[in-house]
Design a protein around this ligand. Structure first.
Ligand SMILES: NC(=O)c1ccc[n+]([C@@H]2O[C@H](COP(=O)([O-])OP(=O)(O)OC[C@H]3O[C@@H](n4cnc5c(N)ncnc54)[C@H](O)[C@@H]3O)[C@@H](O)[C@H]2O)c1
Length: 270
């Protein structure tokens, strides 16, 4: 169902790689809610070509940009404002990657070149996107910026290795930049801490399938889907949540507040 929640709003959506991507669902829902936006992803991700389908169905322009490259981010904002006809009202940061996880390197033996790469892509890219927007004065007052994160920032999940450190930094950037941007321009910045979700990034984690089932068992409402996450994101982009900022918001069917579920205990009894 659509409510016209984003009617007249202009946005930038990063991270839509294929139809399973959380950002893909956010783009579809933002379109349904009346927004106009540009899609962006790393130039290398364009090779998959899937994003063209999304651009077509949402009537949006694609502007490739590596989110670790400040010049490319500048170009992204300038072109987005020219194309959309004004300053930006919402930005989705939906970007994450760990080379150490991809290569199955344990946390106790991290490769630091890979750590630096993952930190830049997964955490600093968020600061860069905010700093460029701030410098160019590219966001309207009361604009809303959302980044996606995971509870591995607060609790240990052995398979999440260095992504835990990247996400902890990402959440900290949302708080700290949220303070400064809120003071200067009433721009609000939040992170959504999402359930495990079956996407390319999610499935890249060893043992993800088993963990998905474990989380499902622990969450009174079950795991939140990518579409559920998109709906929550839309609410944060809308004016209905205009006083929410600097928060890490759990969107996980109750997982984070459940110590153990009866179903999990019953499994232990065999
Ligand atoms: N899937 C999950 O279980 C889960 C759970 C909680 C949070 N998240 C977070 O959600 C976000 C989106 O992930 P997803 O699950 O939709 O997976 P996804 O693989 O579909 O999306 C990750 C995106 O990051 C993009 N990206 C990588 N390097 C980039 C760069 N240098 N510049 C620009 N873009 C780049 C990729 O091209 C891809 O589109 C990530 O931040 C992820 O950590 C995912």
């Amino acid at each position: 169902m659509a409510y016209n929640l984003l009617k007249g709003k202009r946005g930038i959506i990063t991270g839509a790689l294929d139809e399973n991507s959380i950002a893909w669902k956010v783009a579809l829902r933002a379109h349904e809610e009346g927004a106009t936006f540009v899609l962006t992803n790393a130039p290398i991700a364009m090779r998959m070509g899937e994003i063209n389908k999304l651009a077509e169905s949402t009537n949006s322009k694609i502007i490739p940009a590596d989110a670790t490259n400040v010049e490319e981010i500048e170009k992204l904002y300038v072109e987005a404002m020219a194309h959309l006809g004004g300053k930006i009202d919402f930005v989705l940061h939906s970007i994450g990657m760990s080379v150490n996880i991809r290569k199955n390197i344990p946390y106790t033996e991290l490769n630091y070149d890979y750590v630096n790469k993952g930190f830049d892509v997964s955490a600093l890219s968020f600061h860069k996107m905010l700093a460029v927007a701030h410098k160019l004065d590219a966001l309207n007052e009361w604009a809303s910026v959302v980044a996606l994160t995971y509870i591995g920032a607060q609790r240990v999940y052995p398979f999440y290795t260095d992504m835990a450190d990247f996400k902890a930094t990402l959440e900290s950037i949302a708080r700290t930049f949220g303070y400064h941007y809120g003071n200067h321009k009433k721009v609000r910045i939040n992170t959504i801490s999402q359930s495990p979700t079956k996407t390319i990034a999610g499935n890249g984690i060893k043992g993800f399938g088993e963990f998905y089932d474990f989380a499902q068992m622990q969450s009174p409402l079950g795991n939140a889907s990518a579409l559920d996450c998109a709906n929550y994101t839309i609410s944060l982009f809308s004016d209905l949540t205009k006083m929410v900022t600097m928060q890490n918001l759990f969107h996980d069917g109750g997982y984070s507040m459940t110590g153990v579920s009866q179903e999990q205990l019953s499994k232990m009894n065999g």
